[in-house]
Each structure stands twice: as C-alpha cells, then as structure tokens.
Design a protein around this ligand. Structure first.
Ligand SMILES: Cc1cc2nc3c(=O)[nH]c(=O)nc-3n(C[C@H](O)[C@H](O)[C@H](O)COP(=O)(O)OP(=O)(O)OC[C@H]3O[C@@H](n4cnc5c(N)ncnc54)[C@H](O)[C@@H]3O)c2cc1C
Length: 439
C-alpha cells in the first residue's frame, strides 16, 4: 500500500484495519471515494485551502487578488470565526465577544472565493483529492492551514478517559470554541485557592499567551477581591518573550497574586486528585488551565507531511521548505501558519497572516509558470498586562535571510515598559488584521 493510500485510510480511521478486514475498508471508503462533491467545473486552476483561520483566510483573499482566474475554495469546519488574539482581554471582560467574532460569508462574497463550511476527513495526495462528508474535491494546489492540535498523550499516553476528563474539566482554550467559554466561567466563578496555568513545552501557539492569560486572570481576582493565586508552571528557565515586562507586571500589579515557577518540567498530571508533579515539586490546585504540548493539526499528519528528526521520530510539525512554504515531498501542497516547523517563526496570528500573503504570491506565480523570490514574513505581538488602566507591552520582529549560512535570522524589538498607549495599539492592531481578513 503506498503512503498516501495509507494516510487516506488513516484519515478515515481505518489505517490499522486495512488489510485484515478488507470488506469493512471498502464499504466505508467507497461511500466517500466514489462521490465527487457537486461543484461546477473550475474555469482555471483550482486551489483548495483547508482551514479558515488567520493563515487560510489570508491565502484565500490574496490569491484571488493575485490570480483572479483561479478557483479558490476555502474549507472550514467551524461556522464562524473566533479570534484567539484578544481572547485573554475578553476573559477579563475588557472587550465583548462581538470584537472577536466574524463571519465567513462577507469576505468570500467580497473577494470572490468559495467558502465551504465542512470538515476535511482525509487527503489522497496522489489523486489530488480532499475528502469531506459531501464527497471529494479535486485540486491543482492544496494549502493546508489547520492550526494546532493538543498532544495530551504526552501526559496520559492512550488513557482516553483521563484525556477526556482533563479536556472537560480543565480546558486549555488554545483552540477557539467552547473551551474559551468554559475557561471564562471558571475564572469569574473562582472563589479561593490556587489557580494553576501550565505553559506547554517546546514550540507552541503564541509564546506570550500563557503569561498574558495569567496577568488577565490575576487582574480579575484583584478586581473581584478574590483570595486566589495564579501559579504559572513553566518548563523554561525564564519567560520568553517580553520576560521583563511580564515579571514587572506580576511584581508591581499582582504581588502576592501571581507566582511564577521556572524550570517546572511536568512529570505527571493527576486531574482527579488535582495535583501536578514537576521537577520543582508537587503543586496542588483548586482549579486550573491545563495546557498540554502542541503539535501541527491532524490534517498534516493525515497527509503524511510531518518532519522527522535525525532519529526518524516525528517532530510534530510540518516538513515544508523554509522560504516557499511548499511541502518538501509534494510541490502541489503548501503548509502555512501554526503548522510549520524548522523555522524561527513564532506561531502567531500576525505571522500566519504575513505568511498567507507570501504563499498567495508564490502560488499565483507557479500557476503562471514563474518563479519568484519569496519575501520573508514579520511579526508583531502585543500582550495586555493590566486591566485598569489597560496597559500592554509589545514585541515586533523582522527577519532576514543569511545567504552564507542559509539561515533565517530574527531581529526583535521589545518594549517591556507597559503603557496605555500600547494597550490602544493592541486593539488597533487587531482591528487592522480583522479588516484585512474580513472587511
Ligand atoms: C490565548 C491566545 C492568545 C493569542 N494572542 C495572539 C496575539 O495577540 N497575536 C497573534 O498574532 N497571535 C496570537 N495568538 C495565536 C494565534 O491565534 C494563532 O497563531 C493563529 O490562530 C494561527 O493561525 P492558523 O491559521 O495557523 O490556525 P487557526 O487560526 O487555528 O486556523 C485553523 C483553522 O483550521 C480549521 N480546521 C482544522 N482542521 C480542519 C479540517 N479537518 N477541516 C476543516 N477545517 C479545519 C480550524 O477549525 C481553524 O479554524 C493567540 C493564541 C491564543 C491561544
């Protein structure tokens, strides 16, 4: 069985039984394989983008601008868009849900791409098809931008009950949806005790987000005069980025409320007894925001496009060209946003949006038979650290390519001095990017 056939079956949840129970495979596979989704024949190249987040939405809009004759289809499983950026401010009631929520129809109508609200269940790269519950869709180019998935197995191996229990009782809220609503309810109902936040090890979505979240929760406790402490368990030796800015806020605004614990490598999580065993000791919690390690979204695994380390073990992140975002093993597939690996780019909405514009230009050029020198993306990330008055800190990073060493080199600029001016700029930044993707 070839690789993409195997990954296709895996996508249907049938990878392990393919050879021993062929009838079952055929019955289930046939219902999807034989049916082509009802779409008009494309007039030009068809580009299918899976994932309507910060990366996918940007590719869809800018590809239509760069290549108006291409048929661009954006597939997203959620009916509407909820922004993780500014969600920490929303947890602290500094903005309304409206600020974070956007609809998919307006940009699709305005920019002329097709929006399909469905889930991609499997990918067959050798046939250039993505499979949905409504049938398969054929592509000339495929853009995979599914964001991240949680890796609870790092804590619980294959104990599904513990994984489910943790997801239900201590939601991470690094993927938007009900988890955010549940987390907000927890924070505002918290009465007394220790509220623990775990920082994921390795690469994870939005490096400053757990520290900003801790500041916003501490702000809520302080405002509501709750006798609670926020304990941050961080595997890193110090906060990165904006460490001095976060530490100043914790010490000056939330003394006695926030405890920052560096070098806290998690050994065991017991969500039932409410204890986390770490290299810095055991921590009991009253309530928690438990954030497991992150990995590239499931679709990248399904498509067999995960990079391997030198021992042949999956790194957890996509194996794409560092400059063109093209899958190393498949020139028809591009990987954008939080899924990518092997580059010094943070996993951020700003970064995903910036990459999306570059990828749109590259695909448009490829369709015209041209090669272009890809630009490098950039990043800006504000973090709110105070709610009254609202005050923020910021990092912005430009990147250059060192030809000699064939390396992407970051040049960061950080403002650790919190200010109301930066708080204002935070919302202007968000509005600017929402406008870019939706208005
Ligand atoms: C609390 C928090 C705060 C943050 N703050 C900031 C900030 O201030 N600034 C900043 O720049 N970034 C911030 N981020 C990071 C930012 O949210 C992510 O980096 C960004 O969302 C990545 O974009 P993406 O397109 O790669 O993934 P996403 O935005 O997650 O989009 C992926 C999409 O793919 C869809 N999808 C997945 N699988 C399928 C499938 N099989 N079929 C169909 N659709 C599928 C998902 O539903 C999702 O909509 C923050 C994140 C968090 C959690």
């Amino acid at each position: 069985m070839n690789t993409s056939r195997r990954s296709f079956l895996k996508g249907l949840g049938l990878g392990g039984v393919a050879l021993s129970t062929p009838k079952l495979v055929f019955a289930a596979a046939e219902t999807i394989v034989k049916k082509e989704a009802m779409l008009p024949e494309p007039k030009g190249n068809r580009v299918v983008i899976v994932g309507g987040g910060w990366a996918g939405l940007t590719v869809a809009k800018y590809l239509k601008k760069e290549a108006p004759n291409a048929e661009v289809i954006l597939i997203e499983k959620r009916p509407n868009f909820f922004s993780c950026p500014i969600s920490n401010e929303w947890l602290a009631d500094l903005v309304s849900l409206d600020f974070l929520s956007h609809d998919y129809n307006q940009p699709a109508a305005k920019y002329g791409y097709k929006f399909i609200n469905t889930t991609v269940l499997a990918i067959e790269r050798d046939k250039r098809r993505v499979y949905t519950p409504h049938g398969y869709i054929q592509y000339d180019y495929l853009v995979l931008a599914p964001g991240i998935k949680y890796n609870y197995s790092a804590w619980f191996k294959d104990n599904k009950d513990l994984i489910k229990y943790t997801m239900l009782h201590y939601p991470s809220a690094f993927i938007p949806g009900s988890e955010h609503l549940a987390l907000k309810r927890k924070i505002w109902n918290f009465e007394e005790g220790e509220f623990v936040i775990t920082v994921p090890p390795g690469a994870y979505r939005c490096p400053p987000a757990p520290y900003e979240r801790a500041a916003m929760i501490a702000y809520v406790f302080k405002k509501n005069k709750v006798k609670g402490r926020v304990v941050i368990l961080d595997p890193k030796p110090e906060i990165v980025p904006k460490g001095p800015g976060f530490m100043a806020a914790y010490n000056e605004l939330y003394a006695g409320i926030v405890e920052y614990v560096p070098n806290a490598h998690i050994k065991e999580v017991d969500p039932i007894k409410k204890v986390i065993k770490t290299s810095q000791g055991d921590f009991n919690f009253t309530d928690a925001n438990l954030n497991p390690p992150h990995q590239a979204g499931e679709l990248v695994w399904m498509a067999d496009l995960i990079a391997k380390d030198k021992d042949g073990k999956p790194t957890g992140w996509a194996d794409q060209d560092h400059l063109t975002f093209q899958a190393k093993s498949d020139p028809r597939v591009f990987l954008v946003g939080d899924v990518i690996g092997g580059v010094p780019y943070p996993k951020s909405g700003h970064m995903a949006n910036s990459q999306g514009k570059i990828v749109a230009k590259i695909i448009a050029a490829r369709m015209m038979g041209k090669d272009i020198t890809p630009a490098l993306p950039d990043n800006t990330c504000y973090s709110m650290v105070n709610g009254d008055p609202q005050e923020a800190i910021v990092i912005s990073v430009e990147y250059s390519f060192n030809e000699k060493e064939k390396k992407i080199v970051p040049k960061p600029k950080v403002i650790n001095q919190r200010s109301q001016q930066l708080a204002k700029a935070t919302y202007e930044w968000a509005k600017g990017l929402y406008r870019d993707m939706f208005a």
